[in-house]
Design a protein. Sequence first.
Length: 256
Amino acid sequence: MHTSYDFSNQVVLITGAASGFGELAAQRFAQAGAKLALSDINAEAVQAVADKIKTKGGEATAMGCDVSSNEQVKAFVSACVEHYGRLDIGINNAGISHPKKRLHQLDEAHWDQTNGVNQKGVFLCMKYELTQMVEQGAGVILNVASAAGLMGSPFLSLYASGKHGVVGLTKSAALEYGKMNIRVNAICPAFAKTPLVENSLKAAGGKSRENLMAGNPMKRLGEVEEIVQAMLWACSKDNSFMNGAVVPLDGGLAAS
Ligand code: NAI
């Protein structure tokens, strides 16, 4: 039994909603009464997530959107506002990793791709979400950063640099928009069992799963549900004075 939240009549936008945190967040916000605008680079898969929510009596729209494209993000946020008339909560969740290599073995293309999605993508989403929220005089933004946004990540330097960038965007916007009744926060998960992590463990093989668990203060991986419950709390109306917070959800990893 989880804490119950009430997001009735609130319009919640989620990027990267076809898989992992985004997919479960869409389901949980829908169960709490939210009206959802979902997007993902995988248009077919995000449509299936929206269809499933609608079958269960929820309200959801779905759209293909590559968050690294200015035009596509602008079109997605506009479509959300056109459909629902407002935007209350923006969850900027879409993200990717890159091959695990030493920094000097990574290329410009890795930089462009990883930071294009993880950092520029969050900037673009915030830009258009904030434009609408400033007009409304209210809003909540939750960026999905990472523990890699708080600490160095050997062999994932570009991922870490982009996630540090997300933390910088979050804190700066919190200072700019707090007085406009807009809260901007970030969560910093680590190693929860989403396809992103499961695929990289599969690719690494060997004892990578055991090693990852052994390196965490809680000696386990995170559950997707644990991250999504924190998303609900972070965005809820009762959590009304949290602004500019960067919250680790990592079993204590970033505390070391
Ligand atoms: P996932 O791979 O299960 O889901 C990510 C979703 O983003 C996928 O549906 C994918 O199609 C979509 N996506 C990828 N590129 C996109 C683009 N250019 N435009 C729009 N959508 C795109 O991954 P997961 O784990 O759910 O990741 C969600 C967020 O959480 C990411 O920002 C990731 O960096 C972050 N994160 C995840 C951690 C974990 O333990 N799983 C740890 C720390 C951060």
